[in-house]
Design a protein. Structure first.
Length: 169
């Protein structure tokens, strides 16, 4: 799985070129994965509780155990305890399976025409790192399913401070 994800740049090129059988198959799988995650994130986003910001976010990820978890943002009047979509999904995963590995993440945010890429915030990037490697494949999509940014956790959080920094001293 790690190798597959690490080749995300190749996948993108393969999709554009439309050749190479193996790469095509990989791109097709990726498309199906995106579709499943987009659907789950969209359902979660429909329940977003964002009365203050009106900024509805949905996130869904796939684990290496084959399960999908989704979350949405939850606000409160004081702003101190707003729960982000990724955090809600991670909490559900830990309740259900304990610590497992996240392999693909889709985040939906913004409006249909704004073109904004809603990536995980800094806090969520750090939290995701507990359950994913630098090769975690992340797609930021608009509400209509248009992919606005494809990246990896390693690209979003370079030179990260990791659990190993504490445990491996
Ligand atoms: Zn966040």
């Amino acid at each position: 799985m790690a190798g597959q994800v690490r080749n995300s740049h190749l996948c993108r090129h393969a999709r554009e070129d439309g050749n190479h059988g193996a790469d095509q198959e990989r791109a097709r799988l990726k498309k199906e994965t995106f579709a499943a995650l987009f659907q789950a994130a969209g359902k979660a986003r429909a329940h977003s509780y964002a009365p203050i910001s009106k900024f509805n976010v949905g996130a869904a990820f796939l684990t290496d155990t084959g399960n999908i978890y989704a979350g949405t943002n939850v606000e409160e009047a004081g702003f101190n305890f707003t729960i982000h979509a990724e955090q809600g999904a991670i909490a559900q995963m830990v309740v259900a399976e304990g610590r497992t590995r996240i392999t693909h993440l889709v985040v939906i945010g913004g409006e249909p025409a704004d073109g904004m890429a809603c990536t995980p915030c800094g806090h969520c990037r750090q939290l995701l790192l507990e359950f994913a490697g630098d090769d975690l494949e992340i797609a930021a999509a608009g509400p209509d399913g248009d992919i606005r940014l494809e990246t990896t956790l390693g690209e979003l959080l370079p030179h990260a401070f990791r659990l190993s920094n504490i445990l491996d001293r």
